[in-house]
Unconditional design. Structure first.
Length: 176
């Protein structure tokens, strides 16, 4: 993936996150810095970068599964939801807001929304929410294989799955 999309914030975030999971903090920093440059408003990226820079010593990154770290917990809840704007939130990497207002968005049952929410939950380290949202995915969704590889913590399987996942539609290509 890095060879195909070396400037992608998501790809660099995933590479850095995999290295952090292996406690290879110094090696993760360049990937996470590139991700942070590409996704400057993403709290999960900033938190993972801070964790890697601290050599794994920041407690907020060690929040219990399904519970946001201290940084994410301080984010203000938006006062007004623009129901038509979930795609813009995804493109802006405003993942916490996207997830906070998921019930409003899910009520409209739009194509690609559930997959987008699953990935937002994965990228913000909310494994339980990702699993809950994934229950409603279509059987042919490529995210089933991706989530399985993530659960197994198998970077090679993640890489292989992402290389096989091809999308023609521009909106769906953004998911990949």
């Amino acid at each position: 993936m890095l060879q195909e999309q070396p400037d992608s914030g998501w790809v660099n975030y995933l590479a850095g996150a995999c290295l952090v999971e292996k406690a290879q903090y110094a090696e993760a920093v360049p990937y996470l810095e590139k991700a942070s440059s590409a996704l400057p408003n993403d709290v999960a990226v900033a938190r993972k970068l801070a964790f890697a820079r601290s050599d794994g010593r920041i407690e907020s990154e060690r929040a219990a599964p399904g519970k946001p770290g201290r940084i994410a917990a301080r984010l203000p809840r938006p006062s007004r939801v623009d129901e038509a704007d979930w795609r813009a939130l995804w493109r802006q990497a405003a993942l916490n807001r996207l997830l906070q207002d998921r019930d409003v968005f899910l009520a409209k049952d739009e194509p690609d929304l559930r997959e987008t929410l699953v990935l937002a939950a994965v990228f913000t380290h909310d494994r339980l929410l990702a699993e809950e949202l994934a229950e409603g995915l279509p059987e042919d969704s490529p995210l089933h294989g991706y989530l399985s590889a993530l659960t197994e913590r198998n970077p090679e399987a993640i890489r292989d799955h992402m290389q096989q996942w091809q999308e023609e539609d521009d909106d769906r290509r953004l998911l990949r």
